[in-house]
Design a protein around this ligand. Sequence first.
Ligand code: ADP
Length: 425
Amino acid sequence: MTEDQKCSHKKETSTKQGACAANHKSDAESLDEFLEQQALEQQMGRIRHKILVMSGKGGVGKSTVAANLAISLALAGKRVGLLDVDIHGPSIPKMLKLDDAAVQVKDGVIQPVEKAGLKVMSIGFLLQDRDDAVIWRGPMKMGVIKQFLKDVDWGDLDYLVIDSPPGTGDEPLSVCQLAAPVDGAVIVTTPQDVATADVRRSINFCQQLELPVLGVVENMSGFVCPKCGTITDIFKSGGGERMAADMGVPFLGRIPLDPAVAQACDDGQPFVYHYSGTETAKAFEYVIAPILSLSGQDKETQANRTSKREESIMKIAIPLADGKLCMHFGHCEQFALVDADEKTKQITGQKMLTPPPHEPGVLPKWLHEQGANVIIAGGMGQHAQTLFAENGIKVVVGAPAELPEQLVSQYLAGTLVSGTNVCDH
Ligand code: ADP
């Protein structure tokens, strides 16, 4: 690694980065280049946190972690973008069932594809045939990554999660240079790979770039029995934690090998939406907690303190019959819409709403318009769950027929017992 490479990755202010870049400018550098750099800095300045997800090698669940990390952040009320720079094997489109998504350009600006409350961009959207191999050399890769960062209409984001290809090649390097300052990297490994040189190489790469390692995630750690939910360690687990300690980086947690994760990926259904409340979803929540707390470390102005207070207000919708949770979601008489403060775990308000007449697809749109971001239900069909996910609303199914305020209090305290999905139509 040369000093030239390193200097632009340091967590410096944009002024310092600008000055650093200026040192390397030749006299012949064009105005276009200068304006391009300015546009890039302006775009990146609108994104509060950038997180790079890396792994030493392929197949360890890096994209799965990146996608679920992004969705978990969105479920926590954050504005989130997901950028897939895995140029040789983009898997985010498939994971989010966006195989057929086409990128639109509005007024010369590339529009990200919106899904499950995320703004998503992937090289996969630009390939005519998704199975095409892309043969690009380093500078071309850097060019396309620059375009993704500079020309995509990300708007104001709390987090941009960047899924980079396995290894320590051009892509993570370009991201660090172009999106500086990047908050840090999440390194995904498996129990079998934890001791390999690949993982250590990823950590060394970050250290050389002075890119903080936010932590190591040990994925596929223990097997979740699809019948009884018991977790059995197949490979020796705990190595990730030891390795992280040895290398002086944080350990974020373990995610079990769960057939439901693989199924959700295959079906293009974001796991943490559809399986909330399961042990595996809780494992994802545990892993993102330190990343969520990054936003608490911001220097806050009064204005963004207010907007953060607003962000922590949850609106929880509960279908009712006779004042208690109604087991048949589509046939309820009323909805309770309960306001709660996610941080203080207090209920701050409640109102009753009469839903529009039952028709397929009406309730997700209507509840979205009412501002609901969580639904506690007894039972709900799979299709409706997908529609809610697409409207950025988290669904908890299998809740008991109790009063709305009791359910919300239990939900906030993390003690809501969600059983089986009693109604699947
Ligand atoms: P990578 O990005 O590291 O190449 P992927 O995220 O594409 O890996 O995951 C590879 C495969 O492993 C996918 O089929 C995915 O569904 C599956 N997978 C990832 N994590 C888990 C998990 N915790 N449990 C079960 N399957 C998983």
